[in-house]
Design a protein around this ligand. Sequence first.
Ligand SMILES: Cc1cc2nc3c(=O)[nH]c(=O)nc-3n(C[C@H](O)[C@H](O)[C@H](O)COP(=O)(O)OP(=O)(O)OC[C@H]3O[C@@H](n4cnc5c(N)ncnc54)[C@H](O)[C@@H]3O)c2cc1C
Length: 473
Amino acid sequence: MSAVESGARAPLQITERLLCGWGRTARSRCRVARPRSVEDVLEVLARSAGSPAGVIARGAGRSYGDAAQRNGGEVLDMTGMNGIISIDPGRAVVSVEAGATIGQVMGALAPHGLTLPVLPGTRHVTLAGAIASDIHGKNHHRDGAIARHVLSISLCTPAAGLLEVSPESDPDLFYATLGGMGLTGVMVRATLRAERLACPWVAADIDRTDSLQHTLELMSGEDGHRYSVAWLDLLAEGSKMGRAVVSRADPLPSDGSSLHGRGRRASSYPGALSRRATFDVPHRFPTALLRRSSMSTFNALRWRSTPRQERGRRLAMVPYFFPLDGLGEWNRLYGASGLIQYQFVVPAGQEHALERCFALISDRRLPVYLAVFKRFGPAFGGPLSFPLEGWTLAVDLPAAAEGVRAALDELDEILIACGGRVYLSKDVRLRAELMSVMYPRLEDFQTQRARVDPAGLLRSDLALRLGLCGARA
Ligand SMILES: Cc1cc2nc3c(=O)[nH]c(=O)nc-3n(C[C@H](O)[C@H](O)[C@H](O)COP(=O)(O)OP(=O)(O)OC[C@H]3O[C@@H](n4cnc5c(N)ncnc54)[C@H](O)[C@@H]3O)c2cc1C
C-alpha cells in the first residue's frame, strides 16, 4: 500500500543544493526540504533542533543576497505549499498558503474583480517572501507597504509550534514577523486584504526631467497619483545628473470607453499573469556591455527617446508593474560574478544627503544602468521594516566592477549620518556594526525572536553576517 493510499505522509526528501540569491553573489551549500504540509514544516523544525547550523525558510529565492540560505544548514523550500485557501469577494479578503507567488494570487483574485494592494517589481516572489521583507510597491506614498494589508499569519515556531498571529492577538510578534526576514518562524498561511480591480490598465503621466531638482519637484508633495516611480540617469554628467523619466499613474476605471476598443486584450489579464518571459538571457552573456561607457550610451538613448511630456498613456498592468518579468533570467546579464542591488532610503528633509549619494556614485565612476527611484510615505509596522518617509533609490551594480564594495561602504556612511538605511532583502555586504544604527529598534526585534526561538534555531547567512540571530544555544 502506498503512503497516499494509507493516508500516511510521504517522507520528506532532502536534497543537497548550492543556493544563492537573485544577485548570484554569495553561494551556500544547504540541505533542502520541500514541505507539503504544516506537519512537514513542524517535523523539520523538531528534527533540526540540535543542528548547530540552523534552519531558514526560502520562497522563490528572489531576494538579492543571502537572506534565504544557510551554509551547512537546512532550508525549507516553501514553494510546494502554494494553494489558494479561500477568497471572500464580498469582504475582499484572501487566504493563501505562504508559498503561493504574487502572480498566482493575482491570477486567482482576477476573476473576482480583485487584486493585491501592494505589488513589487516582479510577480515571481512568494507571498511569505514578500511579507518577510515587508515589500513596498510604486504606491508606498499612498498605501504603505504590505504590512498594512496583512490581517493574520500562521507561523510555525521552534518553541511554540503553530501560532495564529494577528495585530489583535500578538501585535509585537506580528509586526516583528512582517519584515522579519524569516527569523521569527516559518509562515505557512497568510490572510490579507485585497482591493477592487476595476480594469487591468493604468493611465500614466510621463515626464522627462532635466535634473535631480526637477525630478524631486515632480515627485514631492504630489499625492494626486496612486503610483509613482522614476528611472534616473545617474551616469549623466554635471547638472544633468539625476535627470529622469518620471511615471505617475492611476488605475483606469472600469468604464469600457476608456480602453478605446482594447477590451479583448484587457480580458486576457489573468492569462498574462501566468505567461512566461518572452526571452531568456543565455548563460554566457557578453559582460562587456556592462561597461560604464556602454551603459552611459544606453541611459542617454533611453532618456532622449522618451517624449518630454505625455498625459494619460494607457498601459497594461502586467508590463507596467512587472517590466523585468518579460526578460527571463535577466540576472545572467551580469555574468558569473553576479550583481549587487543596493537599495537605500534617505529620510524626507535630508535631500542634501541624496545629492551626496549621487555625487559619490558619479565620483567613484560606478557603472549604474538601472536606477529606480520612489517616494515613501510614513513608516509603519515592525522593527525591521525598511521604508521610512522619504526617498528610496535602488541601483544594480556588477559585483565584479572595480571599487564597488568600497564605494558602497562610503554610501553607508552617508546614510548613517542622515538617518537612512539599506534594504535587507537586497543586501549581501552590510557590516554588522551598522545594523543597530540603521535599524534602531533592533532590540525589540530580538526580544520577539527570543520568545519564539530562544535557542536560535532560525538563522540565515544574512542573519549570521549581521548578528540578527545571536549565538546558538
Ligand atoms: C526583479 C525584482 C524586483 C523586485 N522589486 C521589489 C519591489 O518593487 N519592492 C520590494 O519591496 N522588493 C522588491 N524585490 C525584492 C523581493 O520582493 C523580496 O526580496 C522578496 O522577499 C522575495 O520573495 P521570495 O519569495 O523570492 O523570498 P526569498 O528570497 O526566498 O526569501 C526572502 C526572505 O523571506 C523569508 N521567507 C521566505 N519564505 C518564508 C516563509 N514561508 N516564512 C518565513 N519567512 C520566509 C526568507 O527567509 C528570507 O529572509 C524585487 C526583487 C526582484 C528580483
